[in-house]
Design a protein around this ligand. Structure first.
Ligand code: FPP
Length: 230
C-alpha cells in the first residue's frame, strides 16, 4: 500500500459555513475548532504519523481586529482545555510560525501544551500559527547561513532539517471549501504531495469525509517524477 505518513489540511470555509446558517464568522471558527479536535484523534487512530494544520497565516492578521482577537482567544482556550486529552492520547503537539507578533498568553498556552506533550510518541500534531511558507524558507536559509555549513553540499532533504520543525515531506494535502490554492502553506514540504480539494466546509469535514479523501489518495498513482509505483 502507498505510504501515508504526513497529512496536511488547510481548514478553509469556517466563515462561509457560519454565513450559510445566518451566524457570525466566529461561530464557524468555534465549530471548526470542535471538528479539528475530533478529526485529529480520528486521523491518528488511522496510524498517520504527522498531521499538519493551517490555523492562522501571517496574512490573517489583516482580518478585522475582532476576528483576530476571537481566534487568538479560541487558541488559548483550546490549548488549555485540550492539553490533558492530547497528553493522555500520547499525541505530541508542536508549532510552526513566527513567535513575534503573537500575544503573550497565546505563546504561553502554546509552550505549555508543547512542553507537556513533548515525550509523546503516538503521533505528531503540527499546528501552524502566524505561519507563512515563504517566511519559513527565509528563516531556514538564515539558520543555514549561521550554521556555517558548506552551501555547495546542501541537499534539498538536508535543507528541510532547518525548517521550524524537522518533519517528513507531506504525502497528502487537503484544502476544504472548494478553494484550490496553497496560500503559502508548507510550500517546500508539499513538493510531491497529492492534492485533494473537497467542496465541504471545514466544520463539516468529519471522519466520513476523511475516509473519502483516503480512498481518493490510495486510488492515485504517485510517480515522484519517475516510474509508476507498483
Ligand atoms: C479559514 O476559514 C480558517 C481560519 C483562518 C482559521 C482556522 C482555525 C480553526 C479551524 C480553529 C482551529 C482551532 C485550534 C484550537 C487550532 P475562513 O475563515 O477563511 O473561512 P471563509 O473562507 O469561509 O471565510
Amino acid at each position: 500500500m502507498k505510504e501515508l505518513k504526513h497529512v496536511a489540511i488547510i481548514m478553509d470555509g469556517n466563515g462561509r459555513w457560519a454565513k450559510k446558517r445566518g451566524m457570525p464568522r466566529s461561530f464557524g471558527h468555534k465549530r471548526g475548532s470542535e471538528n479539528l479536535r475530533k478529526l485529529s484523534f480520528y486521523i491518528f487512530e488511522q496510524g498517520i504519523e504527522v498531521l499538519s494544520v493551517f490555523c492562522f497565516s501571517t496574512e490573517n492578521f489583516r482580518r478585522s481586529q475582532e476576528e483576530v482577537d476571537f481566534l487568538m482567544n479560541l487558541f488559548v482556550e483550546k490549548f488549555q482545555n485540550e492539553f490533558e486529552e492530547y497528553k493522555k492520547k500520547n499525541i505530541k503537539v508542536i508549532f510552526s510560525g513566527r513567535r513575534e507578533g503573537l500575544r503573550q498568553d497565546v505563546l504561553e498556552a502554546m509552550d505549555a501544551i508543547s512542553e507537556g506533550t513533548k515525550d509523546n510518541t503516538g503521533g505528531i500534531f503540527h499546528l501552524c500559527l502566524n505561519y507563512g511558507g515563504q517566511y519559513e524558507v527565509i528563516d531556514a536559509m538564515k539558520k543555514v547561513v549561521a550554521s556555517g555549513i558548506d552551501l555547495d553540499t546542501l541537499t534539498p532533504e538536508e535543507f528541510m532539517h532547518y525548517f521550524y520543525q524537522d518533519l517528513p515531506p507531506i504525502d497528502f494535502m487537503i484544502r476544504t471549501s472548494g478553494e484550490k490554492r496553497l496560500s503559502n502553506f508548507m510550500l517546500y514540504q508539499a513538493s510531491y504531495a497529492e492534492f485533494y480539494f473537497p467542496d465541504t466546509y471545514f466544520p463539516d469535514f468529519d471522519s466520513n469525509e476523511f475516509d473519502k479523501a483516503l480512498d481518493v489518495y490510495y486510488e492515485r498513482d504517485r510517480r515522484f517524477g519517475g516510474i509508476k509505483e507498483q
